[in-house]
Design a protein around this ligand. Sequence first.
Ligand SMILES: CC(C)(COP(=O)(O)OP(=O)(O)OC[C@H]1O[C@@H](n2cnc3c(N)ncnc32)[C@H](O)[C@@H]1OP(=O)(O)O)[C@@H](O)C(=O)NCCC(=O)NCCS
Length: 168
Amino acid sequence: MSLSIRQIGPDEAEIYRTIRLIALEGDPASFASDAQTERDRPLDWYAQGTRDAAIFVAFVDGQPVGMAGLFVPDRPKTSHIGTIFGLYVRPEQRRNGTAAALMDAVISLARTRVRQVHLGVAVDNCAALKLYHRLGFQTYGTEPRALHVDGRFIDEHLMVRFLDKEDR
Ligand SMILES: CC(C)(COP(=O)(O)OP(=O)(O)OC[C@H]1O[C@@H](n2cnc3c(N)ncnc32)[C@H](O)[C@@H]1OP(=O)(O)O)[C@@H](O)C(=O)NCCC(=O)NCCS
């Protein structure tokens, strides 16, 4: 098994669609977007997604096994904040350090562009919470009923990591 991680571009929209739909179908409670809506999106929408945000994909033997995204707003008053979204690793690839490696790649890019990174995570997502705590994220608030999935309300912890307060 050889793991590689890289940012993908608009010409790789099919890869983005593939791993994104696997994530939304496999773990609907972990994401605000829903599979049905994104399944119906044209390929161009995914290509635009790679322009609007930095999309990192993890590959094993050439196949996409995970992803994570970084969005940076262009409005001057909020452009110091990056939002990490869509972190996902396929079940058969989990507990191998893939998510940690994806987060490393995202945060390395974030260091060059923003001063802090934010993310949201379901309060009962123990695996992701443990990862984010390990990576130095702290909870600054909790959004009640952030998601409504299959008749269930899901609260989300809102987390931040201040990149400009760290020793590199
Ligand atoms: C959360 C998720 C991304 C972790 O991916 P992963 O590749 O298995 O994570 P890693 O192997 O890089 O684990 C890194 C650390 O995270 C923590 N962790 C990951 N999975 C865990 C689990 N099932 N239980 C407890 N801790 C876990 C551990 O601290 C782990 O370090 P360790 O293995 O040295 O103990 C993956 O389980 C997933 O895709 N879940 C569904 C989607 C999701 O929840 N995304 C996050 C949305 S906010």
